[in-house]
Design a binder for this molecule. Sequence first.
Ligand SMILES: [Zn+2]
Length: 205
Amino acid sequence: MGYSNKYQWILVPENLPTVIRNCPKCNEKMHFINSEKFRVNANKNNLDIWLIFQCEKCKSTWNMTIYDRINSFYIKKEEYEKFLANDRNLVKQYAFNLSLYTKIKAEVTLNNINYKLISEKLDAIYINEDELVIEMNCKYPMELRIDKLLCDKLLLSRSKIKSLHKSGLIFINDNKNCLTTKVKDGLELHVLKVTENGKLLKAII
Ligand SMILES: [Zn+2]
């Protein structure tokens, strides 16, 4: 029986990316926190929509352009209402849309984001009876290395993880098999079911 060998780790960000920019009031580079609020300005048929950020220290605001003079025809009514209501999911969707920041040359950072890990056992079809597989499920871009995730979530030291990896007892199923790889959606971590991995297996199951 080789079932139930597969787990899924769902990584849910608990906060939003911040923007690093010069604050005119503090007169230095500061982190600007996402206020989770939009600002909508309607002018005839044109709409301007911003996402508002605030300096972490003095609360000065910075408005990040989402739409600049877009004809309201292009915005679905349903989405427009979500902008007005500061819909949390919509905020999250835009907050993690990294191309928005690139477009306006804003410096965004994902380094301060904490992730909640939800572990789920999958009814996966038999893969390999001697291995336990963890598939990463993350719908948002992240800056988290796989070794850091394992240290944080399994409470093992980085050197322990490194030595297990070096002996081939754990590996990442991609062409690099590198522990410093950033966690991404679909990435698979394989853990051999051997006594040396006992502590690790116990922490996962
Ligand atoms: Zn400031």
